[in-house]
Design a protein around this ligand. Sequence first.
Ligand SMILES: [Zn+2]
Length: 346
Amino acid sequence: MAAQKLSVDKALAREERVRRLAWPILLKNADLCPKTQPALGWRVGNADTIESLARGLKPKHIEALGWTEEPQILSIAPKSPAEEAGLKPGDRVIGIDGTSVDDMAKLGEAIAKRLDNVEPEETIMVNVQRDGEELAFEVAPQRACAVRVVSSSSGAINATARFKTLTVYAGLVRALPEDNDLSFVIAHELAHIAGQHPRKVTRNSAASGAVIWGPPLMALATAADWLTSYPADKLGAKTPPFTTASTRAIASTVKSVDFEREADYVGLYMLVRAGGHMEGLDNVFQVFANVSPRTTWLKVTHPMVPERLVHLEQAVAEIEAKQSNGEPLVPEGWAVHDHETAPETE
Ligand SMILES: [Zn+2]
């Protein structure tokens, strides 16, 4: 079981790192996100979650390591409401405000229902089991961007933004050992979501009327910029065949180059607003350049590295100027939302 335990521990460490880096980005950029939600800064999962996070483990191994259908806290971001309340990874979540939850579906429902109606300053009660003891913690949710951040077991050096879900691949977590570099990619993906790029891209390609070949469509729908090693199982490890439809799809995606530029630019702001720094970020582009397959559609949909670096330098200069003038760090052309006074529906 040692190998299986190591594999689960590694998956949980990746999950913890992604949660730790994503939390301040989602929190400090709430005013740039069109939609926000009260958040706790944790991730809860069960045996199924572990199966998806740690690739190749059989359910019986996961069960033997103590994972069941019951929800358990997988990760908690530092300084998040969950941490400040005293919750810990490993706690079994058994109730929300006294309503008992014994599986993920019930927990999801109870939390969504509760968070939807939470007033500012209001707390919710989380009932857990720790070392056989039942405990209750009062958690004060904080308003953060309404984005679900998940880590994936895939070895691809990639991250994607699809509607309200931001996925960080295991391959990327390994390829970027510097936290600040990984934070930049997370911020870049959040900028796609905040700019509603996935929606716009899908609309664009639908408007072209083309029957679009699978992978390019997926790439568009996910705004899969960092798509440097597209999962080989999906591509069949071959260069995509170029049909008329896929060529048309590519033509309709020239726009996605603009989205990439905007996500690099806004992502840099989001990184700095979340406490990150702007040094050495060219390293991130180099990592992607080195592993990038030379497929045509990738070249068309993704600005090349030198161009991205030039724009990055310009954005760094712009942010530094605003910092030294004491101006608020708001990307040019972007509006700041006041989520405190404007109640949201969703
Ligand atoms: Zn992008």
